[in-house]
Ligand binder design. Structure first.
Ligand code: NAP
Length: 241
């Protein structure tokens, strides 16, 4: 029987890792109706807080937990740290590196979505928001014009002047240049999700559009790796220990 590994997912890296582990259980929050899935066992839905995750760990006895959630899935990551400590299960954070500005980029880094909303009027008035539908509320009191691109339509609070563009990444450079031009966007707001250089950042550079880049929250787990290959090495070391 292969070792059971719980992979907390929601990212391409999480899917890739889980597909490479015969004994993985891949866990999703269940926010997206038709998620991309790995080729292993999948469970969907919250655990019920730290206590629920501790109970799951005790019931299933995984050899390790890999937190491969999105860099901004702060609550799940914090719960994983607490629950793994209580249940005595090794925890690894798999998080791809953030983006780095290159010459020609006009980025302003901000510590939070709230800070981005505050800084926006200083930079532009027609905003492309690519932060995700859960984050529209941070901009709901703004009277600027917003275009928000996301996988599914928003359900919570959102700005009064909002156009939504639905679709699933990845986006090509020509698509992103066209989107910025079509809506006469003069400022882009994005979270520092990292991964392959996003076309929207290249498009903004080419068109001279400023970017508000929301910084990631700090990593809480004691062990952290930036790639699937290094996560597999770490797991290998856990199994022989
Ligand atoms: P969050 O705020 O950190 O988590 C809220 C609650 O959702 C958690 O307490 C947990 O519920 C449940 N949850 C989150 N991730 C889960 C997982 N992988 N498996 C089982 N339960 C999970 O999370 P979020 O920011 O809403 O993100 C939700 C999912 O979308 C994550 O899987 C994340 O990787 C993915 N995602 C997030 C973003 C983003 O920008 N935040 C972007 C792309 C993808 P309980 O307390 O009941 O256990």
């Amino acid at each position: 029987m292969p070792d059971l590994i719980l992979v907390l997912g929601g990212t391409a890296e999480g899917r890739e890792l889980a597909s490479a582990l015969p004994g993985a259980v891949y866990s999703l929050a269940g926010r997206v109706a038709d998620p991309l899935l790995p080729s292993c066992a999948v469970r969907v839905g919250g655990f019920g807080g730290v206590a629920g995750l501790v109970a799951w760990l005790r019931e299933h006895g995984p050899r390790a937990v890999v937190d491969a959630t999105h860099p901004f899935a702060q609550q799940m990551s914090a719960h994983a740290v607490s629950a793994c400590a209580v249940a005595g299960v090794p925890l690894l954070r798999l998080q791809r590196p953030g983006w780095t500005a290159v010459p020609g980029d006009r980025w302003t880094r901000v510590p939070s979505l709230a800070a981005a909303a505050e800084a926006l009027p200083l930079l532009g008035s027609r905003v492309l928001l690519t932060t995700g539908r859960q984050d529209l509320a941070a901009f709901s009191s703004s009277d600027l014009e917003f275009v928000a691109r996301m996988v599914e339509a928003p359900s919570g609070a959102f700005p009064a002047r909002l156009v939504t563009v639905l679709g699933r990444p990845p986006w090509s450079l020509s698509q992103d240049v066209a989107l910025l031009r079509e809506h006469a966007i003069d400022v882009l707001v994005t979270k520092d999700s990292g991964g392959p250089t996003a076309a929207k950042l290249v498009a903004a550079r080419q068109l001279g559009i400023p970017v508000l880049m929301v910084d990631r929250p700090p990593v809480l787990a004691a062990s952290q790796v930036p790639s699937v290959a290094e996560a597999l090495d770490w797991l290998g070391a856990q199994v022989v220990d």
